[in-house]
Design a protein around this ligand. Sequence first.
Ligand code: MLT
Length: 316
Amino acid sequence: MRVLVADTFPETRLAELAADGHAYRYRPEATTGELPAEVAGMQALVVRSTRVPAEVVTAGGDLRLVIRAGAGTDTIDTAAAARAGVRVCNVPGRNSAAVAELACALLLALDRDIVGNVTALRTGTWDKAGFSRARGIADRDVGIVGLGRIGLEFAARVAAFGARVHTVAKPGRSAEVAERAEQLGVRYVDDLPALARTCDVLSLHAPGDSGTLLDRHVLAELRPGAIVLNTARAHLVDEAALIEVMDARGILAGIDVFAAEPAGGTGTISSNLAAHPNVYGTHHIGASTRQAQDAVAAEVVRMLRAFGQGEVRHCV
Ligand code: MLT
């Protein structure tokens, strides 16, 4: 196939594309604006952070497949793709551990005020007493919003720290998820307000099409000093309402995803949430480990191989 790879992709996996007989063009710096011209004549497009609006899926008459090298497909106009007869696939599960690791990193760093520690030391301040207010994670109540692959990975990690893990009871969970949750001792509450009331930490791991889950009403139920983590999608939490509860009740937040984040991998951001002193913000890097990116790329190679043989994997 003729494949346009329009985001960073490991060299060894590019070599596999060539070995499979694909004619690939590698344009990791291509912007969304450049994609219509780049995609002309291509049969498959692989993207990670670069957005794919309608004018891209309709630009190349030969385009048959768009692969989002990540779990979500919210950066792709899937409706326009369906109208144009272009299949859209994602790569679920391969970056779950990486995202869960970042959620843990933000949790531990916030609890210990690692950024404050490091910043003070760099300016020559020694303040053991001032930086001794962490609450600890063992024996605390951690709520998981969205008990899928990533939610379970995060649950396993915080359970290993000795936290009690809670989530909202939901009919229709797969036997596999239910069994893993049982092994981890996950407890169930009735709804999100109850989860917010019960927990010291709320971590979002719901799919991108879930709507706003932590709205004003749910956030109002948080315990003073609670920690909110969002390594999923920005719109899952009402950012303005989160800022209000941070100001009013000392809520802390670890946030990897922002409503104002730029469309590609680099740019500038103007976000009251990112700038808030109670927030440890990161640059949508949950999946950005070499391990995760290589695992995602390996699956992309398998998907392209399968597609060439008439099999569509992970089509959304
Ligand atoms: C995802 O959808 O899995 C993440 O957005 C992936 C990423 O940032 O690469």
